[in-house]
Design a protein around this ligand. Structure first.
Ligand SMILES: Nc1nc2c(ncn2[C@@H]2O[C@H](COP(=O)(O)OP(=O)(O)OP(=O)(O)O)[C@@H](O)[C@H]2O)c(=O)[nH]1
Length: 827
């Protein structure tokens, strides 16, 4: 059949995708009843008229167009089974469309501007897949009654409540709802999945109380007054914190404020301000948080450098990690400022600079969105455009600065009143109110009682079986399954810790999070060298270590950020004995491990990418499998237990070892640059290194470089932060044969997969992938837009390798394509 625009692959299939169409092509309409499947995605369609002529249409793809009004004519397509309308600008769907679509079973309406669903959508009784993510929906009641629905996606809408009848439907097996201001059930319940939601509704009483819970994080530079604020707010009066009593790691506390009949429960997380601790902050920073950013006003100088140090670092990190958080600026040490005028000026300076910073952020986002839309085929960038649009909506809220003197009761009161008012403001905190079944509180209260009565050891580490048994004795109506779901919820809100996903820790629960944190502090601390120096001869001898061993532990830590496992065992044991006087042997062994078994502390530190196992004396991971020529690479078991030491890449002083092993760069190196915008987040590179090196071998790690060996090939990973363009470079050396190329791309793919997964933890981060032109002095590059498809693609042959096609840069230099990307331009 002759066709000018479309590509009829089969007689019934009409492919008009990506043709910049503004109206339906005549040829298509002429097909009338012959058309069965029509692809019109990635065009510029705004209105869809005359489509009712295609009376036999079974599948219609109108995604990634510019449709604003729902195409009502669709109602005439009675044979329609599959309909894609995602990534358009549809605001409403009229009534009387869905009752006619009796056969429709797949409907994708994600990324539109829908505020409401038509009440008759439930008449679409065959619907099994429905995607409504990225809209502005507030109510899902119209979906009740869709009895065959199996998959429902409603992420990132404005839903506060979900209808319980929706979950009485037994067919539903996939349900995703993150990114909504949910209170019934709360987001932390939904995060557990369908079973948790069903369980929640099954337990929810008609008169279940509404509570306000606020996770409050105290951030700011060292000595800014965070602990003072935290403790004073809790006590309701000024509390003096001695300078020597610096926060190590994180401190957790809790208190409740009453406001008439309402009570607000605050969970306080006081983060230490010294840089050494930043590497563990990501473990505890969670979404939907209220952040109190403390700034010492007396030492604040009204210049760029102090603003950067005291404010920019924190706000940028929050913007990247939890862009929907609310930040209250608190200026401390007012009593040490000269007069009110100084306070006033400093407050104005900080607020002005913050405003500028947030405005620049918005302008940059807008600019980036424009750039992505102005390309020839904007739909190829639609994922990134969506992300930016979401970020523009999820603005970080920074509230007016409260200047206080932490030594004055009236000021503590003033701050408390201000915090209460902000927390109860629905515009600032839309999802602070939560409705929970009583049994959720009961479980929590019983755990506290068990701790107080000594039925759970003081440190709060308890096995799953013991805890379940104790709770079942007390709460006879709850079975194991229900209890486990409630415990998981308590883990998600940070009241207890239960890392079910770490095999070594599945069976243990930490019902006192502060205990776990105190363990972290024993090895991640600013004064670790001092602590190592303090190790006594008796402690040394308990591990059969000599004085020279102790000296080597200190030297290795200082020079290579490598801490011997023996030293870790001694430090943790000392700490446990200090806290609990006579800590039981079993606990010590569980936490610190032994010569043959890794303890839970190391499992956790590794799980959170804080450190990785190495040999004490080298940067090598000798147990990992090598990537051998002519043999498919098999990753080493990531849980391999190394006897010797842990390396903390964030604390490495230099790159000397890596540079020695790598040698010099060559213009022939395979070279990929992953640009991260607006910047590479603090800690990102080292976490990537930990993830990659736990899998590959052997490796050498430096301050901002890391070299991996795969068979006889060397791969370099490095962080480049020279100017505003910050990127992570992946280079591979000595690539000659087609086999070399294949192998190198396989390694790069593994690294990029880890990078991509890690990036998910920073919602505000965007990325671009380039391969620079290899010609000398040429500054041109090739942009790689479909790298994401490559990562997802399980059949590597979709991206052809080794076809010896040539690619030419804008300056006319040619290179074989597979040396730039793992694909040919037309693949
Ligand atoms: N005069 C005065 N002293 C304050 C004020 N706020 C805090 N301080 C003192 O400043 C010192 C540091 O306060 P902390 O609360 O320990 O500071 P931090 O931010 O928790 O410090 P890190 O633990 O290092 O992260 C303490 O000695 C406090 O007593 C204030 O408003 N006025």
């Amino acid at each position: 059949m002759a066709q000018i625009n479309g590509n009829p692959n089969t007689q019934n299939e009409d492919d008009y995708s990506g043709k910049k169409l503004k109206a339906l092509p005549r040829q298509l309409l002429q097909r009338g009843a012959d058309a069965v499947k029509v692809e019109l995605q990635r065009n510029r369609l705004r209105q869809i008229t005359d489509i009712s002529q295609l009376t036999n249409l079974k599948e219609l793809n109108l995604s990634r167009n510019e449709i604003t009004d729902f195409p009502v004519e669709i109602r005439a397509l009675r044979q329609l089974k599959t309909l894609y309308l995602n990534q358009n600008n549809i605001k409403t769907i009229p009534e009387n469309v869905f009752p006619s679509l009796e056969k429709l079973n797949f409907l994708k309406l994600s990324t539109n501007r829908l505020e409401k669903l038509p009440s008759d959508i439930s008449r679409c009784q065959d619907l099994t897949y429905l995607n409504l993510s990225n809209n502005c929906l507030k109510d899902l009641y119209p979906l009740v009654g869709l009895s065959r629905l199996k998959e429902l996606y409603i992420e990132r809408n404005q839903l506060a409540e979900l209808p319980d009848r929706l979950f009485q439907n037994s067919s539903l097996n996939v349900f995703k709802a993150n990114g909504n201001p949910l209170r019934k059930p709360p987001g932390e319940v939904c995060a557990g999945g369908l079973k948790d939601i069903q369980n929640y509704f099954a337990m929810l009483e008609a008169n279940a109380p509404d509570v306000y819970t606020v996770k409050t994080m105290f951030l700011g530079n060292s000595m800014a007054g965070k602990s003072t604020l935290c403790r004073s707010l809790k006590e309701g009066c000024p509390v003096q914190v001695a300078e020597a009593d610096r926060t190590v790691g994180i401190e957790i506390s809790e208190f409740t404020v009453r406001d008439g009949s309402d009570s607000i429960r605050f969970l306080f997380w006081d983060f230490a301000g010294q840089e050494e601790y930043y590497i563990t902050h990501h473990v505890f920073i969670t979404p939907q948080a209220f952040v109190i950013l403390a700034i010492n006003l007396s030492s604040y100088k009204m210049d760029e450098a102090t603003f950067k140090e005291n404010v920019v670092f924190w706000i940028t990190n929050l913007q990247l990690q939890i862009p929907d958080s609310v930040v209250l600026l608190v200026g401390t040490h007012v009593d040490q400022c000269q007069d009110e005028n100084e306070v006033k000026k400093k407050k104005e300076h900080i607020e002005e600079q913050v405003k500028k910073m947030l405005d620049t952020h918005t302008v940059n986002l807008e600019q980036r969105r424009k750039n992505l839309q102005e390309v020839d085929d904007p739909s190829s960038n639609s994922e990134q455009i969506n992300q930016i649009e979401r970020l523009t909506e999820y603005k970080l809220k920074v509230l007016e600065l409260v200047p206080i003197d932490c030594t004055k009761p009236a000021d503590i009161d003033k701050l408390k009143t201000r915090i209460k008012a902000e927390v109860l403001n629905k515009d600032t905190f839309p999802s602070i109110e939560q409705t929970l079944p009583r049994s959720y509180y009961e479980v929590e209260n019983h755990i506290q009682e068990l701790l107080e009565n000594g039925d759970i050891p003081e440190h709060g580490v308890v096995s799953q079986d013991v805890l379940l048994c104790e709770l079942k004795n007390r709460l006879t109506t709850l079975d194991d399954d229900k209890l486990k779901l409630i415990l998981q919820y308590l883990h998600r809100i940070g009241v207890i810790m239960w890392y079910k996903e770490i095999p070594e820790l599945q069976e243990s629960l930490f019902v006192k999070p502060s205990f776990l944190i105190s363990l972290f502090k024993t090895v991640v601390r600013h004064d670790l060298v001092q602590e190592l120096n303090k190790i006594s001869s008796a402690q040394r001898k308990s591990e059969n270590a000599l004085v020279v061993d102790k000296k080597r532990w200190i030297r290795d830590y200082e020079e290579r950020a490598s801490l011997s496992n023996v030293a870790i065992r001694i430090l943790v044991r000392t700490e446990l004995e200090k806290i609990y006087e006579s800590a039981d042997k079993e606990l010590i062994e569980e936490v610190v491990g032994s010569k043959n078994k890794e303890g839970s502390l190391l499992s956790l530190l590794k799980h959170f990418d804080v450190c990785l196992s190495t040999k004490h004396n080298s940067g090598l991971n000798p147990k990992a499998n090598e990537f051998c020529p002519k043999k498919d690479w098999v990753p080493s078991n990531p849980t391999v237990y190394e006897l010797d030491a842990c390396m903390f890449p964030s604390f490495l002083p230099d790159n000397m070892q890596v540079e020695r092993e790598w040698g010099s760069n060559s213009s022939e190196d395979l070279n990929i640059r992953v640009y991260l915008m607006p910047e590479i987040p603090h800690g990102f590179f080292h976490r990537l290194v930990v993830r990659t090196c736990s899998f590959y071998s052997p490796f050498w790690i430096g301050k901002d470089q890391c070299m991996l060996c795969c068979g006889d090939k060397r791969v370099l990973l490095r962080e480049r932060r020279f100017d505003e363009d910050q990127f992570i470079e992946i280079r591979c050396k000595e690539i000659e044969t087609s086999e070399d190329i294949q192998k190198a791309w396989k390694v790069i793919k593994e690294i990029m997969k880890r990078l991509d997964r890690l990036k998910e933890q920073w919602q505000g981060l965007c990325q671009k992938v380039h391969s620079p032109c290899k010609a000398q002095d040429c500054e041109d590059f090739f942009e790689w837009t479909d790298w994401h498809d490559w990562l997802e693609d399980s059949e590597t042959n979709r991206f052809n390798l080794g076809l010896e096609e040539k690619t030419t840069c804008r300056n006319g230099h040619q290179r074989r394509t597979e040396l730039l990307f793992p694909r040919t331009p037309d693949a």
